[in-house]
Design a protein around this ligand. Structure first.
Ligand code: BGP
Length: 472
């Protein structure tokens, strides 16, 4: 039997988000985003003002060190770099008519560096970074006017960068809005007080805005490829009891909805039933229906964990997960943060999505958050390194399953591991949950030089890329 391989031109790289690594949160005309008031926990209530325990404000100073960082990415041999544009750098309040030129110029500089190194950019338009003003004044995506603000913002980006950026994602993990309405939907009303009616109307507005951005992109340049981005979390029945299977399917459906609308251009029947059962009546105009038919070119997703589901809650123990949690799987190990590790689940997701939607796929987040120790090593560049064999093992196991899925026939464009340079964690707003191939000297108390050091996984990933996966 021959070992399956990755296709020629497969895009290897890494993924980041502006609010977790740029810093410079008020520099060059940038406005506040919701992240500046979300110190800890994805559903915790926001603070009144930015607080020092939220390390996102300073990030890892990518804003000033982008050239040095992109050079390190290039040294690993990357073909693609996923980053987001901070909406509030371009429109500080979100509802202005004229964009902030200094904000736009920053991303010109980032793109210059990518081009210099032959790295294709993959740009997320909105990664949990709604301008604060839109959250406070409009209650985020509950307000239909958000569609127009987003269209204007997206149009500015496509017109400015469309000739240099082929791959775009509209909303990061769009299905997260079900669980974290402020972070993913800019919805200021506390989660406990948010009605289902408002939540689903907000989801509808985001879906229309996403389709509208896809239409605008294709009008400006038909070669642009726009993708949706969802949290993939395969959900297994805890037992063979058909009732458990049904509960697991219902959870899968709550996530499929977002891909179904993006790929098929209309709401699926099971979703309409959910709305009816919850007494929700969506306001959907004829124009909305037409807009939704502008479907995406590819489907992207994050993958960290799988979960189980049971109809009898007394049988299962709730675990930890990315944005939302499920019942723990007794067969799996877990990370230091309790996220269960399931490489085979990634193969399952890839096959499932490919069979369901028939669109090219892109894995745009995957990785292991761990507590790393920087140690002296005379042989290392900079004299220090991290021996992160656990990270290498995690990524290797997942990539082997990716290779299997490709052999199964899945059309996969590329793979960007999450947080390839240590950055501030989305859920903790701190540094000690690290994902990178590159260590950044910054700590939970905000101390540190911000110097960069290559971890052992740096050379490992470089070799994976150089051999196009043959070294796995
Ligand atoms: C995803 C987000 C990322 C990222 C990642 C890891 O949900 O898209 O922004 O942070 O999860 O999460 P955390 O930083 O909480 O470990």
């Amino acid at each position: 039997m021959t070992t399956p391989t990755f296709p020629e031109g497969f895009l290897w790289g890494g993924a980041t988000a502006a609010n977790q690594f740029e810093g410079a949160y008020l520099t060059d005309g940038k406005g506040l985003s919701i992240q500046d008031l979300m110190p800890k926990g994805i559903t915790a209530p926001p603070t009144q003002e930015p607080t020092p325990d939220n390390l996102k404000h300073e990030g890892i100073d990518f804003y000033h060190r982008y050239a040095e960082d992109i050079a390190l990415f290039a040294e690993m041999g990357w073909g693609v770099f996923r980053f987001s544009i901070a909406w509030s750098r371009i429109f500080p309040n979100g509802d202005e008519e004229i964009p902030n030129e200094e904000g736009l110029a920053f991303y010109d500089r980032v793109l210059d560096e990518c081009e210099k190194h032959g790295i294709a950019p993959l740009v997320t338009i909105s990664h949990y970074e709604t301008p604060l003003h839109l959250a406070r004044e409009y209650d985020g995506w509950t307000d239909r006017r958000m569609i127009g603000f987003f269209e204007r913002y997206a149009r500015v980006l496509f017109e400015r960068y469309g000739h240099r950026v082929k791959y775009w994602l509209t909303f990061n993990e769009i299905n997260a809005v079900l669980h974290a309405p402020l972070m993913a939907g800019g919805i200021w009303t506390p989660k406990e007080e948010l009605s289902k009616q408002d939540l689903y109307q907000a989801i509808h507005h985001e879906l229309v805005a996403s389709a509208s951005a896809t239409r605008i992109a294709h009008e400006i340049d038909p070669d642009i490829m726009v993708g949706c981005m969802i949290i993939a979390m395969p959900t297994y029945p805890l037992t063979p009891d058909p009732q458990d299977v049904l509960v697991a399917r219902a959870i899968e459906h709550s996530n499929y909805t977002f891909g179904d609308v993006h790929c098929r251009g209309e709401y699926p029947g099971y979703f309409l039933r959910t709305l009816r059962e919850q007494g929700v009546e969506l306001e959907i105009t004829e124009e909305d229906r037409e807009t939704l038919t502008h479907t995406v070119d590819f489907v992207s997703f994050s993958y960290y964990v799988s979960i189980c589901a049971t109809a009898d809650p007394s049988k299962g123990e709730i675990g930890q997960g990315n944005i939302f949690a499920g019942v723990r799987n007794p067969t799996l190990k877990e990370s230091e943060w309790g996220w269960q590790i399931d490489p085979v689940g990634l193969r399952i997701v890839l096959n499932d999505y490919w069979e369901r939607w028939g669109k090219p796929l892109f894995i745009v987040e995957n990785g292991l958050g761990a507590k790393d120790e920087l140690v002296d090593d005379a042989g290392a560049d900079g004299g220090k390194t991290v021996h992160d064999d656990y990270r290498i093992a995690y990524l290797n196991d997942h990539l082997v399953q990716v290779r299997e899925a490709i052999a199964d026939g899945v059309n996969l464009l590329g793979y960007t591991s999450w947080g390839p340079i240590d950055l501030v964690s989305a859920s903790t707003a701190q540094m000690s949950k690290r994902y990178g191939f590159i260590y950044v000297d910054r700590h939970d108390d905000g101390s540190g030089t911000l110097d960069r050091y290559k971890k052992k996984s740096f050379a490992w990933y470089k070799n994976v890329i150089a051999t196009n996966g043959a070294s796995l």
